[in-house]
Design a binder for this molecule. Structure first.
Ligand code: GTQ
Length: 349
């Protein structure tokens, strides 16, 4: 304990230096340079059964056109007011109704869409449309024009809900956000649907193309293909004690991540899987595609069902258990941590 007189002296001194915009490092060193991550973000889950009606209700309150993006933000309870899931990642549930268009714009934030419910809506990226089906993973790279639409009821349109994953908090932190609206509601369609997948989605690419862009030339990674790959590997006997069968999505032209700031993954866990414990400095948002199970995250128990969304902050010990076969989609800030050489991972035996 320091004597009272000395404490007063220091308090007076701190007030004095504050006038010069100075502060004593020795009072905050342990917080500024912690021994290990101490995230404000919490492990948390959004039960789709509880939020689905609320998402649908937004559909009668505001049109997609007025809202620009009709989205309910999933906000981490440990980061109130920050519209964030983690210090770097954002998540939201977007609804588009039959006959609606979410107008075209572009921004420096990278976005991913993971289709939760409904099908037949489309998203257009750089002049090409992609039709959405549940479980598809679709990208909107930084600074690409994108609009979303849904065919009218008469043509079989149905409400479509997807999970938006963006690097919004990261770009806010970096003060690197720019955005602009396209002069029309929709950008012109320049290529038929499936064009980029034909060029890059089959372990081939156009012979004279030179890849200079860090983002994937594929806009949509269809669920059918991802699911089949996981299934084949599982049947072949592949099963990691921590992850089950886990694959990462790639930019087929480089082998790197589909977008520079967010890594994306799809994993299969068999029934009655009891995963071993691991932790990692990337923070991960999960969306349950199929099945039921439990994520044990430190002291927190997250029971998950199909379409639920949950988040695991940096460096929290986690293990996954299942009641049935489970498929999980996830995204994290792993590429950022890896690029900065601060990705750490621990897998307990
Ligand atoms: O679809 O462009 O959830 O710009 C948040 C910001 C979606 C989008 C969000 C966006 C978008």
């Amino acid at each position: 304990m320091i004597p009272e007189s000395q404490r007063e002296d220091r308090a007076t001194y701190y007030e004095k230096i504050a006038f010069e915009r100075l502060a004593p490092l020795w009072e905050s060193l342990h917080n500024l340079v912690p021994r290990q991550p101490n995230p404000q973000a919490q492990a948390a889950i959004w039960k789709y059964a509880q939020v689905r009606d609320l998402v649908m209700q937004a559909g009668s309150l505001i049109s997609a056109e007025e809202a620009v993006r009709r989205v309910l933000i999933l906000e981490n309870p440990g980061l109130p007011g920050k519209s964030s899931m983690t210090p770097s990642l954002y998540a939201g549930l977007q609804l588009i109704l039959p006959g609606e268009i979410a107008p075209s714009h572009r921004h420096t934030q990278s976005a991913l869409r993971f289709i939760v419910e409904g099908q037949g809506a489309w998203t257009a990226v750089n002049g090409e449309r992609t039709t959405m089906r549940p479980g598809d993973f679709i990208i909107t790279p930084s600074w690409t024009w994108h609009d979303h639409g849904n065919p009218p009821l008469e043509e079989g349109g149905e409400p479509v809900v997807w999970l938006d994953g963006l690097d919004i908090p990261l770009l806010l932190h970096l003060d690197a956000g720019f955005a602009e609206n396209y002069p029309e509601v929709m950008q012109p369609v320049k290529r038929p649907e499936g064009d980029s997948f034909a060029r890059f989605g089959h372990n081939m690419m156009p012979v004279r193309d030179v890849i200079s862009d860090p983002t994937s030339p594929i806009f949509s990674y269809p669920y059918e293909r991802s699911r089949e790959a996981l299934d084949t590997l599982y049947r072949n006997g592949e099963l990691d004690d921590w992850d089950g069968v886990k694959l990462r999505y790639v930019n087929p032209a480089t082998g790197g991540w589909p977008m520079p700031t967010m890594g994306t993954f799809m994993q299969f866990l068999p029934k009655d899987f009891k995963g071993k414990e691991y932790r990692s400095t990337d923070s991960t948002v999960y969306c349950v595609v199929e099945g039921r199970g439990t994520a044990y995250v430190g002291e927190t128990t997250l029971r998950f069902d199909p379409h639920d969304v949950f988040v695991i902050p940096s460096w929290q010990p986690v293990r996954l258990e299942t009641d049935s076969e489970v498929v999980l989609f996830s995204y994290s800030d792993r590429p950022v941590l890896a690029a900065l050489n601060v990705l750490r991972e621990e897998r307990r035996g």
